[in-house]
Design a binder for this molecule. Structure first.
Ligand code: NDP
Ligand code: 2IT
Length: 445
């Protein structure tokens, strides 16, 4: 396998799909050596079979808003790889959603799901629908219209969607209701469900908790912990919320959150009531963080800026892809940051990652560090299959163990001869090997 040759073919086939091409390149560069040391992979042309999705469903979603206007959005489900389990991955509702973004997310999901050690294949879906400013009824009608197409290709043993940006508990409820109505079944076809109708305890917190558990393991390799550390977080959604709670529990101090309008710097730390207020801010459906600085007057709002210019020990990017670039990485290094753990998917640009690796800081890519969300989705699937409910403590303990195991797998495949761990390489190789070997076992499909 030759990464440059494959990438130039892929660029010709899918011109302009920048996020997808970025995600594929990163994985191929990491696995090239191990791939070429194992001729059985090349003999079965695993790489070309892995980088294209099994299939993509595209559909239109007509729906009526509160003013009686008929709107049309686009919907997608990218079913990428089913080698180790049913397709699994979230749904994103955001105006920026396009095929490139969903293909990058679906591709990343293959390796992330493999790392969890649970039997889940990779998929992603969503729509360019913008939930911002929509009424509850509009969101409901849109979700119902979306499911009217999606239900044909999903099922508890075929493809199990969940949330992502713009899709939380409310949307999962509306989507599930429509699936149930269409199929007359009450099955675990979605994860992130309400806890009184099949959802797992700790699923809402799981991505953020898992991210901090992973960072804790990384810090441990250098005899460090969260106690007394200053932490910069971006975003103020589901993942940021869970991460902030866990950092506080471990004795760290979170000093930033961000939204598309800018970031908040709160030198007193974001904890207690302030975390509750984050939920209120989200529920306001406006998606701006500025009001935080009206309520907590010691906090400052920096319009149009990102939090990476603040002095911190640990950075947790939890908003969206490519939100941390080379200059941001240089700022973090200048200010003494020692650990970056990605809560979002692909938040750091390739140039930023290069800076982190050069400086040999503790850097964890999203496919390892944010795998706690989908891992807990996997635990929800197990509970649904067994028709049992585990306690919060049981789920959290399993989540913690899974994150520790992912950390170990990254160390196993990412440690160089000097003892430095390249978590990007480790995560990509560990995730890839399991899927590639399953594909070999199952023949050319
Ligand atoms: P949420 O919708 O709860 O929150 C994300 C919000 O961040 C969006 O509403 C978006 O606002 C905002 N945002 C977008 N761009 C920026 C920016 N540049 N700076 C600050 N905020 C921004 O989504 P999640 O918390 O669920 O997802 C966040 C990230 O985590 C995504 O990358 C997602 O793929 C990833 N992730 C999520 C998991 C989950 O279980 N939910 C699991 C693993 C990963 P706006 O709409 O105004 O642009
Ligand atoms: O990116 C992700 O891992 C998610 N949005 C969660 C997917 C899931 O199926 O729980």
């Amino acid at each position: 396998m030759n990464t440059e040759r494959i990438m130039s073919q892929l660029e010709k086939k899918h011109p302009g799909e920048l996020e997808y091409l970025q995600a594929v390149r990163e994985v191929l560069e990491s696995i090239e050596d191990i791939y070429n040391q194992n001729p059985q992979f090349e003999a079965a042309n695993i790489v070309e079979r892995l980088i294209e999705p099994d299939r993509i469903l595209t559909f239109k979603i007509p729906w009526v808003d509160d003013n009686g206007k008929v709107n049309v959005n686009l919907g997608y489900r990218v079913q990428f790889n089913q080698a180790i389990g049913p397709y699994k991955g979230g749904l994103r509702f955001h105006p920026s959603v396009n095929l490139s973004i969903l293909k990058f997310l679906g591709f990343e999901q293959i390796f992330k799901n493999s790392l969890t050690t649970l039997p889940m294949g990779g998929a992603k879906g969503g729509s360019d629908f913008d939930p911002k400013g929509k009424s509850n009824n509009e969101v409901m009608r849109f979700c119902q219209a979306f499911m009217l197409e999606l239900w044909k290709v999903i099922g508890p043993e075929t493809d199990v969607p969940a949330g992502d940006i713009g899709v939380g508990g409310r949307e999962i409820g509306f989507l599930f209701g429509m699936y149930k109505r269409l199929t007359q079944t009450h099955v675990g076809v979605l994860t992130g469900k309400g806890t009184n109708w099949g959802g797992s305890l700790v699923r809402p917190e799981a991505t953020g908790f898992g991210n901090v558990y992973f960072a804790k393991e990384m810090l441990k390799t250098r005899n460090l912990d969260f106690n007394g550390k200053t932490v910069a977080v971006s975003g103020f959604g589901n993942v940021a919320w869970g991460a902030i709670i866990k950092v506080n529990q471990l004795g760290g101090k979170v000093v930033t959150i961000s939204g598309p309008d800018g970031y908040i710097y709160d030198p007193d730390g974001i904890s207690g009531d302030k975390v509750e207020y984050l939920l209120e801010l989200r529920a306001s459906n406006q998606d701006i963080v500025k009001p935080y600085s009206y309520k907590f007057t010691n906090a400052q709002f920096f319009e149009g800026k990102r939090p990476w210019e603040v002095k911190c020990d640990v950075a947790l990017p939890c908003a969206t892809q490519n939100e941390l670039d080379k200059q941001d990485a240089l700022n973090l290094m200048k200010n003494g940051c020692i650990c970056v753990s990605e809560g979002a998917n692909m938040p750091s640009t390739p140039e930023a990652i290069e800076i982190f690796l050069e400086h040999k800081i503790l850097f964890a890519p999203g496919k390892a560090a944010n795998a706690g969300g989908v891992a807990t989705s996997g635990l929800e699937m197990s509970q649904n299959s067994m028709k049992l409910t585990w306690s919060a403590n049981e789920v959290d303990t399993k989540l913690h163990d899974i994150m520790c195991n992912i950390h170990q797998a990254c160390v196993k495949y990412g440690k160089d001869s000097e003892g430095t761990v390249n978590y990007v390489k480790g995560a990509n190789i560990a995730g890839f090997l399991k899927v590639a070997n399953a594909m070999l076992d199952q023949g050319v499909l």
